[in-house]
Design a protein around this ligand. Structure first.
Ligand SMILES: CC(C)(COP(=O)(O)OP(=O)(O)OC[C@H]1O[C@@H](n2cnc3c(N)ncnc32)[C@H](O)[C@@H]1OP(=O)(O)O)[C@@H](O)C(=O)NCCC(=O)NCCS
Length: 144
């Protein structure tokens, strides 16, 4: 498995990953195009045997604070360390001392991954998702 820079050429596979992973919370096409093209976004893909199996995007929005905007691994490749590799590669390219992300409060796979990587709960956004589920906001402080 390789972690490589992603580009607009990855739009098709990224849509497939989004649909497979997020169902109702999948990003619309325009958001996917934006994340693959906007300047200053870190976008990385996990590739196995020439197939894109995972994706992560991170961007810096405030002074000193970056966000992991999205991370996803195709279901058949989950729990094999791909998510961890994507998260670590993205964090390594972000230069801010703080990194944040948000997740559904019932997303235990993501919660475990983030807790293991030093993210701590800092906020809850009520009714953030389409089905009005709450979002947990987590933050990691780094010595960069
Ligand atoms: C969250 C997600 C990206 C994690 O990717 P992954 O490739 O499955 O994660 P990894 O295999 O790298 O696992 C990382 C760690 O989390 C733990 N973990 C992952 N899934 C787990 C599960 N279902 N149950 C228990 N622990 C789990 C593993 O034990 C692993 O710990 P380790 O590093 O000590 O071995 C993936 O599950 C996914 O795409 N989910 C759907 C989309 C999503 O929810 N994205 C996050 C939105 S905020």
């Amino acid at each position: 498995m390789q972690i490589l820079p992603a580009s607009i050429l990855d739009l098709g596979p990224l849509r497939a990953i989004e649909r497979a992973c997020f169902d109702r919370d999948a990003w619309p096409l325009l958001d996917l195009m934006a994340v693959l093209t906007f300047p200053d976004v870190i976008r990385l893909k996990a590739v196995e045997n020439g197939r894109m199996i995972g994706f992560v995007a991170g961007d810096t929005r405030d002074l000193g604070l970056s966000w992991i905007a999205t991370i996803a691994v195709l279901p058949e490749y989950q729990n094999q360390g791909v998510g961890r590799a994507l998260l670590e590669a993205c964090e390594a390219k972000l230069t801010t001392p703080r990194v944040r992300l948000c997740l559904r409060t019932d997303n235990l796979s993501a919660l475990r991954l983030y807790e293991k990587h030093g993210y701590e709960r800092v906020d809850i956004w009520r009714a953030y998702y389409k089905d009005r589920a709450d979002a947990l906001v987590m933050e990691k402080m780094r010595g960069v």
